[in-house]
Ligand binder design. Structure first.
Ligand SMILES: Cc1cc2nc3c(=O)[nH]c(=O)nc-3n(C[C@H](O)[C@H](O)[C@H](O)COP(=O)(O)O)c2cc1C
Length: 210
């Protein structure tokens, strides 16, 4: 039995294109993997500790090879719990909107907590940076109002897909399977429905062999 973590980053719920397509993925996944366990992490409903104060001091202690004070240790526990939860899965599904060419701040906050030396990546002068979350696939469902096709000048403005895939690669992911839903804000009602339908078909196919 495998465990799949679904990380949801749009607050628009029923109206969200990325969530609609992700739900299709999950329905197909449950059908084709009946013994697997699926957990949803709705980032908008998940309390994340502000990354400041004793938590940021604790991070720098690790970077400098120093021991945590009692206060830092206590504060750092929240970070450790979130990382342990994340790493406790075998497969991942992310759904996210593009916001100002990048990712929503709630997902950035989650990433700022997850990316920690000795937990999700390591560094040594001999080996450089090494990701520690390895051998796990991630399906990535992106929605954006405009279109950023590969090979066009607009591609350079896409810091959503590029950033998420870079940072997941940094912590060790190599098997990334994207579905891009675009341009959600530039189509008429019918065209939009058709475009989303094709993405749902793609999501179901991806889920079946995920
Ligand atoms: C705060 C905010 C910023 C946005 N910035 C961009 C942007 O930079 N580029 C773009 O193409 N669409 C942008 N959009 C539009 C969304 O990417 C688009 O509506 C997408 O479908 C949202 O995903 P969702 O439907 O899953 O919520 C923005 C939307 C919001 C709410």
């Amino acid at each position: 039995m495998a465990r799949l973590l679904y990380i949801e980053a749009s607050p628009r719920k029923e109206r969200s294109a990325s969530i609609q397509v992700a739900r299709e993925f999950l329905a197909a996944y449950r059908q084709s993997h009946p013994g697997d366990e699926v957990t949803t992490l709705d980032l908008w409903q998940t309390p994340l500790p502000p990354f400041d104060g004793a938590i940021i001091d604790a991070k720098y202690r690790i970077l400098h090879g120093e021991a945590h004070t009692a206060v830092e240790k206590e504060a750092w526990r929240a970070v450790e719990e979130i990382i342990a939860h994340f790493k406790g899965f075998d497969k991942y599904l992310f759904s996210l909107p593009m916001w100002n060419f990048g990712i929503p701040y709630i997902l950035k906050h989650y990433i700022d907590i997850l990316i920690q030396p000795s937990y999700t990546f390591s560094y040594s002068p001999q080996e450089g940076y090494k990701g520690l979350v390895v051998g796990k696939p991630a399906a990535l469902i992106y929605a954006r109002g405009g279109a950023y096709p590969p090979g066009t000048p607009a591609e350079g403005m896409d810091m959503q897909k590029r950033y998420l895939e870079m940072i997941l690669g940094f912590i060790g992911f190599t098997d990334l399977r994207p579905i891009v839903i675009e341009p959600t804000l530039m189509l008429g009602r019918e065209e939009y429905a058709k475009m989303v339908e094709t993405k749902k078909v793609a999501a179901r196919a991806l889920a079946a062999e995920f």
